[in-house]
Design a protein around this ligand. Sequence first.
Ligand code: CP
Length: 324
Amino acid sequence: MHGPAALQLTPDGRLKHLLTTEGLPKSLITELLDTAETFLSSQGQPVKKVPLLRGKTVVNLFFENSTRTRTTFDIAAHRLSADVVTLDIRTSSASKGETLFDTLKNLEAMQADLFVVRHSAGGAPFFIADRVTPNIAVINAGDGTHAHPTQALLDLMTIRKHKGDPANLSVAIIGDLKHSRVARSLIHGLRGMGCPDIRAIGPGTLLPSDLGHLGVHTFHNIDDGLRDVDVVVLLRLQKERMTSALLPSEREFFNLYGMTESRLALAKDNAIVMHPGPINRGVEIANEVADGPQAVILDQVTNGIAIRMAVMAMTLSTQQGGHS
Ligand code: CP
Protein backbone atom coordinates (compact mmCIF):
# COMPACT_ATOMS: atom_id res chain seq x y z
CA MET A 1 0.00 0.00 0.00
CA HIS A 2 1.33 3.47 -0.89
CA GLY A 3 0.47 7.07 0.01
CA PRO A 4 -1.58 8.19 2.99
CA ALA A 5 -3.32 4.82 3.30
CA ALA A 6 0.05 3.22 4.13
CA LEU A 7 -0.06 5.11 7.44
CA GLN A 8 -2.58 2.64 8.79
CA LEU A 9 -0.53 -0.54 8.40
CA THR A 10 2.68 -1.80 9.99
CA PRO A 11 5.43 -3.01 7.61
CA ASP A 12 4.21 -6.58 8.18
CA GLY A 13 0.62 -5.62 7.27
CA ARG A 14 -1.10 -5.32 10.65
CA LEU A 15 -3.69 -2.62 11.35
CA LYS A 16 -2.30 0.14 13.60
CA HIS A 17 -4.81 2.89 12.68
CA LEU A 18 -8.04 2.69 10.67
CA LEU A 19 -8.17 5.66 8.29
CA THR A 20 -9.61 4.32 5.02
CA THR A 21 -10.90 1.16 3.37
CA GLU A 22 -9.02 2.07 0.19
CA GLY A 23 -6.47 -0.65 -0.47
CA LEU A 24 -7.31 -2.53 2.73
CA PRO A 25 -6.46 -6.20 2.02
CA LYS A 26 -9.31 -8.73 1.89
CA SER A 27 -7.60 -10.76 4.62
CA LEU A 28 -7.68 -7.78 7.03
CA ILE A 29 -11.30 -6.89 6.20
CA THR A 30 -12.28 -10.53 6.75
CA GLU A 31 -10.40 -10.64 10.07
CA LEU A 32 -12.22 -7.48 11.21
CA LEU A 33 -15.63 -8.88 10.20
CA ASP A 34 -14.92 -12.23 11.85
CA THR A 35 -13.77 -10.53 15.06
CA ALA A 36 -16.90 -8.35 15.04
CA GLU A 37 -19.07 -11.48 14.67
CA THR A 38 -17.58 -12.87 17.89
CA PHE A 39 -18.36 -9.61 19.71
CA LEU A 40 -21.89 -9.62 18.28
CA SER A 41 -22.58 -13.04 19.77
CA SER A 42 -21.45 -11.79 23.21
CA GLN A 43 -23.88 -8.83 23.02
CA GLY A 44 -26.90 -11.02 23.78
CA GLN A 45 -25.40 -12.09 27.13
CA PRO A 46 -26.58 -10.62 30.45
CA VAL A 47 -23.06 -9.17 30.98
CA LYS A 48 -22.01 -7.57 27.71
CA LYS A 49 -18.60 -6.32 28.84
CA VAL A 50 -15.27 -7.95 28.02
CA PRO A 51 -12.02 -6.81 29.69
CA LEU A 52 -9.90 -6.39 26.53
CA LEU A 53 -9.26 -2.64 26.92
CA ARG A 54 -9.32 -2.41 30.72
CA GLY A 55 -7.00 0.41 31.80
CA LYS A 56 -6.97 2.02 28.33
CA THR A 57 -8.31 5.50 27.63
CA VAL A 58 -10.35 6.17 24.50
CA VAL A 59 -10.90 9.83 23.53
CA ASN A 60 -13.78 10.67 21.19
CA LEU A 61 -13.05 13.83 19.19
CA PHE A 62 -16.15 14.76 17.19
CA PHE A 63 -15.67 18.09 15.42
CA GLU A 64 -18.86 17.38 13.41
CA ASN A 65 -22.32 16.23 14.53
CA SER A 66 -23.16 12.56 14.87
CA THR A 67 -25.77 10.33 16.45
CA ARG A 68 -24.97 6.74 15.40
CA THR A 69 -21.18 6.82 15.05
CA ARG A 70 -20.44 8.72 18.23
CA THR A 71 -22.86 6.75 20.37
CA THR A 72 -21.81 3.33 19.05
CA PHE A 73 -18.11 4.14 19.49
CA ASP A 74 -18.94 5.17 23.04
CA ILE A 75 -20.88 1.96 23.74
CA ALA A 76 -18.21 -0.16 22.01
CA ALA A 77 -15.41 1.32 24.14
CA HIS A 78 -17.41 0.80 27.33
CA ARG A 79 -18.16 -2.82 26.34
CA LEU A 80 -14.40 -3.36 25.97
CA SER A 81 -14.02 -1.96 29.53
CA ALA A 82 -12.03 1.12 28.40
CA ASP A 83 -12.23 4.49 30.11
CA VAL A 84 -13.98 6.82 27.67
CA VAL A 85 -13.71 10.60 27.38
CA THR A 86 -15.82 12.50 24.88
CA LEU A 87 -14.50 16.00 24.31
CA ASP A 88 -17.32 18.47 23.69
CA ILE A 89 -15.75 20.48 20.88
CA ARG A 90 -18.30 23.30 21.22
CA THR A 91 -17.13 24.03 24.77
CA SER A 92 -13.47 23.08 24.23
CA SER A 93 -10.58 25.49 23.78
CA ALA A 94 -10.79 24.99 19.99
CA SER A 95 -13.23 27.93 20.21
CA LYS A 96 -10.36 30.05 21.68
CA GLY A 97 -8.13 29.38 18.70
CA GLU A 98 -6.30 26.24 19.83
CA THR A 99 -5.15 24.29 16.79
CA LEU A 100 -5.98 20.64 16.15
CA PHE A 101 -2.30 19.80 16.65
CA ASP A 102 -2.15 21.50 20.06
CA THR A 103 -5.43 19.93 21.18
CA LEU A 104 -3.95 16.58 20.20
CA LYS A 105 -0.69 17.12 22.09
CA ASN A 106 -2.59 18.09 25.25
CA LEU A 107 -4.75 14.96 25.05
CA GLU A 108 -1.61 12.88 24.53
CA ALA A 109 -0.18 14.42 27.70
CA MET A 110 -3.23 12.97 29.51
CA GLN A 111 -2.05 9.48 28.43
CA ALA A 112 -4.78 8.77 25.90
CA ASP A 113 -4.40 5.42 24.10
CA LEU A 114 -6.82 5.78 21.22
CA PHE A 115 -8.37 8.73 19.37
CA VAL A 116 -11.66 8.43 17.49
CA VAL A 117 -11.84 11.42 15.13
CA ARG A 118 -14.68 12.90 13.09
CA HIS A 119 -13.90 16.11 11.24
CA SER A 120 -15.46 18.12 8.41
CA ALA A 121 -12.02 18.55 6.82
CA GLY A 122 -11.03 15.64 4.61
CA GLY A 123 -7.67 14.28 5.78
CA ALA A 124 -7.87 15.43 9.43
CA PRO A 125 -7.54 11.87 10.89
CA PHE A 126 -4.56 11.25 8.56
CA PHE A 127 -2.95 14.47 9.84
CA ILE A 128 -3.40 13.24 13.40
CA ALA A 129 -2.19 9.69 12.69
CA ASP A 130 0.92 11.11 11.05
CA ARG A 131 1.80 13.19 14.13
CA VAL A 132 0.57 11.15 17.03
CA THR A 133 3.01 9.60 19.53
CA PRO A 134 3.82 5.95 18.74
CA ASN A 135 1.56 3.42 20.51
CA ILE A 136 -1.55 5.60 20.14
CA ALA A 137 -4.16 4.37 17.66
CA VAL A 138 -6.30 6.69 15.50
CA ILE A 139 -9.67 5.70 14.04
CA ASN A 140 -11.36 7.78 11.36
CA ALA A 141 -15.03 8.27 12.26
CA GLY A 142 -15.71 10.27 9.06
CA ASP A 143 -13.65 13.03 7.41
CA GLY A 144 -15.36 15.49 5.07
CA THR A 145 -16.50 13.81 1.84
CA HIS A 146 -13.47 11.54 1.97
CA ALA A 147 -13.87 8.38 4.07
CA HIS A 148 -15.97 6.66 6.74
CA PRO A 149 -14.25 3.30 7.11
CA THR A 150 -16.09 1.91 10.15
CA GLN A 151 -19.41 2.61 8.39
CA ALA A 152 -18.16 0.66 5.36
CA LEU A 153 -17.09 -2.23 7.58
CA LEU A 154 -20.45 -2.38 9.36
CA ASP A 155 -22.13 -2.25 5.94
CA LEU A 156 -19.98 -5.17 4.75
CA MET A 157 -20.76 -7.08 7.94
CA THR A 158 -24.50 -6.52 7.39
CA ILE A 159 -24.26 -7.58 3.73
CA ARG A 160 -22.28 -10.72 4.59
CA LYS A 161 -24.70 -11.63 7.39
CA HIS A 162 -27.83 -11.29 5.28
CA LYS A 163 -26.63 -12.13 1.76
CA GLY A 164 -23.34 -14.00 2.06
CA ASP A 165 -20.00 -13.36 0.37
CA PRO A 166 -19.94 -9.97 -1.46
CA ALA A 167 -17.93 -11.73 -4.19
CA ASN A 168 -21.24 -13.24 -5.39
CA LEU A 169 -23.46 -10.17 -5.15
CA SER A 170 -24.75 -7.15 -7.08
CA VAL A 171 -24.92 -3.96 -5.03
CA ALA A 172 -26.67 -0.72 -6.05
CA ILE A 173 -25.85 2.56 -4.27
CA ILE A 174 -28.46 5.24 -4.91
CA GLY A 175 -28.57 9.02 -4.47
CA ASP A 176 -25.98 11.60 -3.54
CA LEU A 177 -22.73 9.68 -4.04
CA LYS A 178 -20.87 12.87 -4.89
CA HIS A 179 -20.82 14.16 -1.30
CA SER A 180 -20.84 10.77 0.40
CA ARG A 181 -17.83 9.46 2.33
CA VAL A 182 -20.03 6.44 3.14
CA ALA A 183 -20.39 5.55 -0.56
CA ARG A 184 -16.69 6.06 -1.30
CA SER A 185 -15.59 3.86 1.61
CA LEU A 186 -18.19 1.19 0.83
CA ILE A 187 -17.08 1.05 -2.83
CA HIS A 188 -13.46 0.54 -1.74
CA GLY A 189 -14.56 -2.11 0.77
CA LEU A 190 -16.72 -3.96 -1.76
CA ARG A 191 -13.86 -3.91 -4.26
CA GLY A 192 -11.52 -5.24 -1.59
CA MET A 193 -13.94 -8.11 -0.96
CA GLY A 194 -14.14 -8.90 -4.68
CA CYS A 195 -17.70 -7.69 -5.37
CA PRO A 196 -18.13 -8.05 -9.14
CA ASP A 197 -21.09 -5.72 -9.73
CA ILE A 198 -21.22 -2.31 -8.02
CA ARG A 199 -23.75 0.14 -9.44
CA ALA A 200 -24.18 3.86 -8.77
CA ILE A 201 -27.63 5.32 -9.48
CA GLY A 202 -28.45 9.02 -9.47
CA PRO A 203 -28.59 12.22 -11.50
CA GLY A 204 -25.34 13.30 -13.15
CA THR A 205 -25.06 16.22 -10.71
CA LEU A 206 -24.89 13.83 -7.73
CA LEU A 207 -22.47 11.23 -9.12
CA PRO A 208 -18.69 11.76 -8.85
CA SER A 209 -16.69 11.69 -12.07
CA ASP A 210 -14.18 9.01 -11.00
CA LEU A 211 -16.62 6.10 -10.59
CA GLY A 212 -15.47 4.44 -13.82
CA HIS A 213 -11.90 4.26 -12.46
CA LEU A 214 -13.30 2.49 -9.40
CA GLY A 215 -15.01 -0.16 -11.55
CA VAL A 216 -18.50 1.15 -10.73
CA HIS A 217 -21.25 1.12 -13.39
CA THR A 218 -23.36 4.30 -13.42
CA PHE A 219 -27.09 4.52 -14.13
CA HIS A 220 -29.24 7.64 -14.37
CA ASN A 221 -32.41 5.60 -14.75
CA ILE A 222 -33.21 3.90 -11.44
CA ASP A 223 -35.34 1.14 -12.97
CA ASP A 224 -32.42 0.02 -15.16
CA GLY A 225 -29.93 0.17 -12.29
CA LEU A 226 -32.06 -1.72 -9.76
CA ARG A 227 -32.81 -4.72 -11.89
CA ASP A 228 -31.88 -7.99 -10.09
CA VAL A 229 -29.59 -6.48 -7.45
CA ASP A 230 -29.10 -8.26 -4.10
CA VAL A 231 -28.37 -5.16 -2.03
CA VAL A 232 -29.85 -1.65 -2.25
CA VAL A 233 -27.94 1.09 -0.41
CA LEU A 234 -29.73 4.43 -0.09
CA LEU A 235 -28.03 7.74 0.74
CA ARG A 236 -29.46 11.00 1.95
CA LEU A 237 -29.00 14.27 0.07
CA GLN A 238 -26.09 15.91 1.89
CA LYS A 239 -27.24 19.49 1.57
CA GLU A 240 -24.70 20.73 4.11
CA ARG A 241 -21.96 19.78 1.63
CA MET A 242 -23.59 21.16 -1.54
CA THR A 243 -22.24 24.53 -2.63
CA SER A 244 -25.06 25.10 -5.15
CA ALA A 245 -28.48 23.63 -5.94
CA LEU A 246 -27.81 20.30 -7.68
CA LEU A 247 -31.42 19.20 -8.16
CA PRO A 248 -34.74 21.00 -8.64
CA SER A 249 -36.39 19.90 -5.36
CA GLU A 250 -36.64 17.07 -2.85
CA ARG A 251 -40.06 16.17 -4.27
CA GLU A 252 -38.51 15.87 -7.74
CA PHE A 253 -35.73 13.69 -6.30
CA PHE A 254 -38.26 11.39 -4.64
CA ASN A 255 -40.24 11.12 -7.89
CA LEU A 256 -37.14 10.14 -9.86
CA TYR A 257 -35.00 8.23 -7.32
CA GLY A 258 -36.98 7.68 -4.11
CA MET A 259 -37.19 4.03 -3.03
CA THR A 260 -40.78 2.87 -3.11
CA GLU A 261 -42.21 -0.64 -2.81
CA SER A 262 -42.88 -0.79 -6.56
CA ARG A 263 -39.29 0.22 -7.38
CA LEU A 264 -37.86 -2.22 -4.86
CA ALA A 265 -39.77 -5.01 -6.65
CA LEU A 266 -37.29 -4.59 -9.54
CA ALA A 267 -34.46 -5.87 -7.32
CA LYS A 268 -34.23 -9.57 -6.41
CA ASP A 269 -37.15 -10.82 -4.28
CA ASN A 270 -35.08 -11.11 -1.13
CA ALA A 271 -32.91 -8.01 -1.68
CA ILE A 272 -32.00 -6.06 1.44
CA VAL A 273 -32.38 -2.28 1.84
CA MET A 274 -29.61 -0.43 3.69
CA HIS A 275 -29.09 3.19 4.71
CA PRO A 276 -26.29 4.64 6.86
CA GLY A 277 -28.72 7.11 8.47
CA PRO A 278 -29.97 9.61 9.19
CA ILE A 279 -32.85 8.71 6.86
CA ASN A 280 -35.04 11.36 5.27
CA ARG A 281 -38.47 9.79 4.80
CA GLY A 282 -40.24 10.92 1.64
CA VAL A 283 -36.96 12.11 0.08
CA GLU A 284 -34.75 9.06 -0.60
CA ILE A 285 -36.99 6.43 1.02
CA ALA A 286 -40.73 5.85 1.38
CA ASN A 287 -42.14 4.95 4.80
CA GLU A 288 -43.28 1.51 3.67
CA VAL A 289 -39.72 0.63 2.58
CA ALA A 290 -38.02 2.15 5.65
CA ASP A 291 -40.31 0.16 7.94
CA GLY A 292 -40.70 -2.85 5.64
CA PRO A 293 -39.42 -6.42 5.91
CA GLN A 294 -36.48 -5.93 3.53
CA ALA A 295 -34.96 -3.01 5.50
CA VAL A 296 -31.91 -3.89 7.64
CA ILE A 297 -31.18 -0.29 8.60
CA LEU A 298 -31.38 -0.79 12.36
CA ASP A 299 -29.38 -4.02 12.14
CA GLN A 300 -26.61 -1.89 10.59
CA VAL A 301 -26.63 0.22 13.76
CA THR A 302 -26.36 -2.85 16.01
CA ASN A 303 -23.54 -4.25 13.87
CA GLY A 304 -21.78 -0.89 14.20
CA ILE A 305 -21.11 -1.55 17.89
CA ALA A 306 -19.47 -4.92 17.14
CA ILE A 307 -17.42 -3.51 14.25
CA ARG A 308 -16.17 -0.61 16.36
CA MET A 309 -15.25 -3.02 19.16
CA ALA A 310 -13.27 -5.08 16.63
CA VAL A 311 -11.48 -2.05 15.17
CA MET A 312 -10.54 -0.66 18.59
CA ALA A 313 -9.34 -4.07 19.82
CA MET A 314 -7.26 -4.77 16.71
CA THR A 315 -5.62 -1.36 16.35
CA LEU A 316 -4.73 -1.12 20.03
CA SER A 317 -3.43 -4.68 20.01
CA THR A 318 -1.10 -3.77 17.14
CA GLN A 319 -0.02 -0.47 18.69
CA GLN A 320 0.60 -1.82 22.15
CA GLY A 321 2.05 -5.19 21.18
CA GLY A 322 -0.70 -7.47 22.43
CA HIS A 323 -3.00 -9.90 20.67
CA SER A 324 -6.66 -9.24 19.99
N1 CP B 1 -24.03 6.91 9.60
C1 CP B 1 -23.51 7.93 10.31
O1 CP B 1 -22.32 8.27 10.18
O2 CP B 1 -24.42 8.54 11.13
P1 CP B 1 -24.06 9.72 12.16
O3 CP B 1 -23.69 10.93 11.35
O4 CP B 1 -25.30 9.92 12.98
O5 CP B 1 -22.89 9.26 12.98
